[in-house]
Design a protein around this ligand. Structure first.
Ligand code: 5GP
Length: 122
């Protein structure tokens, strides 16, 4: 798969508000937040979509949820609750083809997620 903007964030070619990093993953604030707290957790390994997760990637992908909860705890939103979302391909609303877990919180989130017409159907 080809390079995305997230590779440039990993390599520090472009800046991001990084909130967590380890050997496996990087977490940074979303540039266009959809909630008071909105950060992304990505693997350093390039995996385009959920469909491309290989059996040997299971630990890496599970790690993303662990990082999500850890950082949410540090940000003080874990007890009230938060949402994680990983969009897949066009119908799932994916725009960056390097898997990422959205972590949204800091307010009561609506469900189902799309009460209005979603942007990709306009
Ligand atoms: P997707 O639509 O693929 O599920 O989510 C991609 C997310 O990446 C979007 O929420 C978008 O705001 C975020 N994003 C795209 N480009 C950048 C960037 O350069 N920096 C940061 N911090 N977030 C980005």
């Amino acid at each position: 798969m080809s390079e995305t903007i997230f590779d440039k964030i990993i390599s520090r070619e472009i800046p991001a508000d990084i909130v967590y990093e380890d050997d496996i993953s990087l977490a940074f604030k979303d540039i266009n937040p959809q909630a008071p707290v909105h950060f992304l957790v990505i693997p350093k390994k390039r995996i385009a979509t959920i469909n491309d997760i290989a059996k040997e990637d299971r630990e890496v992908v599970g790690h993303l949820s662990w990082v999500a909860a850890k950082v949410a705890g540090e940000m003080g939103i874990a007890q009230e609750g938060f949402r994680t979302v990983m969009n897949c391909n066009e119908f799932g609303g994916q725009s960056v083809y390097h898997i990422h877990l959205h972590v949204l919180g800091g307010k009561l989130l609506g469900w189902p997620p799309y009460t209005d017409k979603p942007k990709n159907l306009e």
